[in-house]
Design a protein. Structure first.
Lengths: 267, 295, 317
């Protein structure tokens, strides 16, 4: 039996003015039709750090993440403000394609295009008008190196991406995202479909990417959150309950619901 | 009679029924091929028809059938592609979309003779274009659009959602994602559907007798300027197709060898349609392997 | 690796004005306008075609009653069709159309259902490998070829068997039977396959024979689907023109029996429309026949929807 927890008692950290923020949400609500899936989410994401979003399935963490780069457009109604470079990107007249250029996303299941490895990376670049072969080749190498995939595929760039293993496909998807040179990278349980060895590779990649990008990652794997993130947000039934430095969350959770979740009594 | 006996009897009955169905098909094919093929010769395939008796070769009709098919596909593929993309990507789940879907369903269930009559009314009676290639091609387009649209929509929708998300998350437009990412994956299904519909269009006659007409004026196969009246490409000339020819020879023909003629023409028609069916399968499988290839 | 983010960005001068940067139209926005435009246009064309088809045929079809002041009831119940003499009783064609449609459906249904049971319950393997292509081939054969075979084989056969010309409702029924058979079979197969496996397993586990299971469980569960299949077959038979026109004899008189020449709505249209002058009573009368065809096709369509709705309701219960 799931205990009833009060949604009144939360512990959400804020950051000092001198901490540069990449992204910030203010009172974000998400509705699927009449289903209120996300309540008053107000979180700030510091630049060049990894923030993990944890919680049981159905807690709203993926919903929250997908709202950040407007991937929920046409699927759900998202209200509230999403601040990016002091622009509220949740406004209807914002150019959503441009936003997604700056805030990239990697999904739960690897979803490479059914094209060659090279095409996977340059397709969207060419769609933007980059035609120069040398520039494109440079981007391919740089992004594949960034995703720690270069050494494994450099001789087979024209091979179909579908021939790669699941872990390689996921790193290709990461490479494809960083080839667009975004500021922020959103990852939605990127390792849930991968084996442990591939998971380690992806985690190493993320640790490296943190130097250039701000990373927000949804994970249901608490060990993973503990290993890679600087701060952690805990979601419960569509509410953000606690947002603290990762060390604090796992050693000294502030509120009962987080304590119970961390200790494994539900979820 | 007990349950076991009833079961036995039912099984026997069903087997007899199946044998009858298979027998009918084999009889049909055998009848057409055996009575028709001996009369199919090079001169039959390329010769011209005597305009009074309907006797003679089917060269012009064969050309007309292919010409109409190509024109029909040229008009209907782009339109149904756009409409299919609309339904798969842009249409919201509301009353307007329901209405649109119902309209397409109505169009696909209309008898082809009604579609042909509409074409007759529009092009021959109202616009006074007369029996012509272009009237026929547009009538066939009306008849082809709903099936092709549905086929394209289904093929596009069958592509996993995560491919769309991948494209959109890179900042690509919906349109670019659909054309550049989704369409290539859906292509095997679309091509199969297109070739199958080509077979249907090739054999269609009821929509054509009052649009493309029932006469095949001798054309000058050395003149490929579509503007010339005698050119085979002239879109304004009447163009009896092979299927219409079979109907015409059988109902109004005065040729004393009408049965032979139409058997031979039917054999050609059947072989063409079979080739389309076979082609659809082979091409679809080939493309499917290419798209999902792990080479 | 030391390049900054914006080094290679193609379309922005390194502006710090993020408000402008995130609001202005880019290539992607323009592409989407274009794409929206193209796809809306295409669907618009289809809607326009359907709407004008309904409008034109309806307005032409009711001209007989509004302009020529023919009594609607007389049109439907009259048995004398001689438009040139001003007599337009459409009953012979209406009866002809319904007769061949029902007869073809009645003959074809047992064959179709039997074949479908064979393909799904008795020999699924043979069904898929062998019968499926047979059925698909039958669908692919053009209707003029059916008409030709009807003319070359069925009509002479009937002539030998019962005398007379051989043209008539029974020949048309036979041709239509073969034509609707694949339609009904394919859709019946689909609905039999859609019956959940555990229905069948439960019945067999209770000791029922295969036939008991098929007749009492599977066919019952698939009834809405089979009905839909039959209606689709009837719609095809009702609208089929040339194959019927070639074997029915085309005499616009009340059919006295099944073996004398008769006519259907479609056969009368195909035979007549080319010989009339637009706007005259004979022409308008034919358009009224076309209107009946159109209405019947809408009716079949509505019937299929109704069954689908009913089926859904009974599943939800």
């Amino acid at each position: 039996m799931l205990k009833e927890y009060s949604f009144e008692k939360t512990a959400i950290q804020t950051f000092a003015d001198n901490v540069p923020l990449a992204l910030r949400t203010e009172d974000m609500q998400v509705f699927y039709g009449s289903n209120h899936a996300m309540h008053d989410a107000s979180l700030s994401f510091p630049k060049n750090q990894i923030t993990a979003l944890i919680g049981a399935s159905g807690s709203g963490k993926s919903t929250y993440l997908r709202s950040l780069n407007r991937m929920n457009d046409g699927i759900a109604t998202v209200t509230g403000k999403i601040w990016y470079h002091d622009v509220d990107i949740n406004e209807p007249d914002v150019n959503i394609y441009e936003i997604r250029r700056h805030i990239g996303m990697v999904f739960q299941r690897p979803n490479p295009f059914s094209k060659s490895i090279r095409e996977n990376i340059i397709y969207a670049l060419r769609a933007e008008g980059i035609k120069d072969k040398q520039v494109l080749a440079e981007r391919v190498e740089r992004s594949l190196r960034g995703a720690a995939l270069w050494d494994e595929v450099k001789d087979n760039l024209d091979k179909s991406a579908l021939a790669l293993s699941g872990g390689q496909q996921q790193r290709l998807c990461i490479a494809r995202s960083i080839a667009m040179e975004p500021d922020v990278l959103l990852l939605d349980e990127p390792c849930s479909a991968l084996d442990p060895i591939s998971t380690v590779k992806v985690e190493e990649t993320l640790a490296e990417l943190r130097k250039k990008y701000t990373i927000i990652i949804v994970t249901h794997n608490m060990q993973q959150a503990a290993r890679i993130s600087s701060q952690c947000a805990f979601f419960h039934l569509g509410h953000v309950m606690e947002y603290t430095p990762t060390a604090t969350m796992f050693s000294n959770p502030q509120i009962p619901v987080t304590q119970d979740y961390i200790s494994g009594s539900f979820g | 009679m007990n349950a076991k006996q009833k079961d036995f009897l039912a099984t026997i009955t069903i087997n007899v029924i199946v044998a009858a169905v298979v027998g009918i098909l084999f009889f049909l094919l055998a009848y057409i091929l055996i009575s028709g093929l001996p009369h199919v010769s090079w001169s039959f395939l390329t010769g011209t028809t005597d305009s009074f008796s309907g006797a003679g070769g089917i060269g012009v009709q064969l050309f007309n059938s292919f010409y109409l098919l190509v024109l029909t596909m040229l008009i209907s593929i782009p339109i149904s592609l756009g409409a299919g993309i609309y339904l798969a990507e842009y249409a919201k789940d509301n009353w307007r979309t329901h209405l649109i879907r119902s309209a397409i369903e109505v169009l696909s269930s209309l008898p082809s003779v009604v579609v042909g009559l509409f074409g007759f009314l529009l092009f021959v009676v109202k616009f006074k274009i007369g029996f012509s290639v272009i009237s026929g091609a547009i009538a066939l387009t009306f008849f082809n659009l709903p099936l092709l649209t549905r086929n394209i929509e289904e093929s596009l929708s069958a592509v996993p959602r995560n491919q769309r998300e991948a494209g959109l998350s890179l900042g690509m437009s919906k349109w670019k994602t659909e054309i550049g990412i989704i369409l290539p994956v859906a292509l095997p299904g679309i091509v199969t559907g297109v070739v199958l519909s080509a077979g249907r269009v090739f054999g269609e006659a009821a929509a054509l007798i009052y649009t493309a007409g029932q006469s095949a004026p001798v054309t000058n196969f050395a003149d490929w300027n579509p503007m010339d009246a005698a050119s085979p490409l002239n879109p304004l000339r009447p163009a009896e197709t092979l299927a219409v020819h079979i109907w015409k020879v059988n109902t109004e023909g005065l040729a004393n060898n009408a049965a032979q003629l139409s058997a031979a023409a039917s054999a050609v028609l059947i072989i063409a349609v079979l080739l389309f069916n076979l082609g659809a399968r082979v091409l679809g499988n080939y493309l499917y392997r290419r798209v999902t290839a792990s080479k | 690796m030391e390049q900054t983010n914006s080094d290679l960005k193609p379309n922005d001068a390194r502006t710090d004005d993020w408000t402008a940067r995130l609001h202005r139209a880019t290539r992607a926005t323009r592409e989407d306008w274009l794409g929206r435009g193209i796809s809306y246009l295409c669907i618009g064309v289809i809607i326009l075609v359907v709407a004008s088809m309904l409008w034109f045929i309806t307005s032409k079809g009711i001209a007989t009653f509004t302009q020529n002041h023919v009594n609607l009831w007389k049109f439907i119940s009259g048995t004398n069709w001689s438009p040139n003499q001003g007599q337009i009783g459409a009953l012979p064609m209406i009866v002809g159309s319904f007769a061949v449609t029902f007869a073809a459906a009645i003959v074809a249904t047992p064959f179709a259902v039997g074949t479908a049971i064979f393909m799904t319950e008795i020999a699924p393997n043979k069904g898929r490998k062998f019968l499926q292509p047979v059925i698909e081939l039958l669908v692919g054969i053009p209707s003029v070829v059916y008409g030709f075979i009807g003319l070359a084989v069925v009509v002479p056969f009937m002539r030998h068997l019962v005398g007379g010309s051989g043209f008539g409702i029974i020949s048309a029924t036979f041709v239509l039977f073969v034509m609707v058979l694949p339609t009904i079979t394919t859709m019946t197969v689909d609905s039999l396959r859609a019956v959940p496996r555990f229905y069948k397993e439960a019945s067999l586990a209770l000791g029922a024979t295969r036939w008991q299971t098929v007749s009492r469980v599977i066919l019952r569960a698939a009834t809405p689907g089979i009905l839909t299949a039959i209606i689709f077959g009837m719609a095809r038979a009702f609208g089929e023109a040339l194959a019927v026109q070639m074997v029915i004899g085309n005499a616009a008189i009340m059919p006295k029996n099944l073996i004398s020449p008769a006519a259907t709505l479609t056969s009368q249209l195909t035979t007549g429309i080319g010989d009339t002058i637009d706007g005259t009573l004979p022409s308008n009368a034919l358009w009224s026949l076309a209107l009946i065809l159109l209405l019947m096709s809408l009716f079949f369509n509505a019937l299929v929807r109704l069954i689908a709705k009913r089926g859904q309701l009974s599943h939800e219960r």
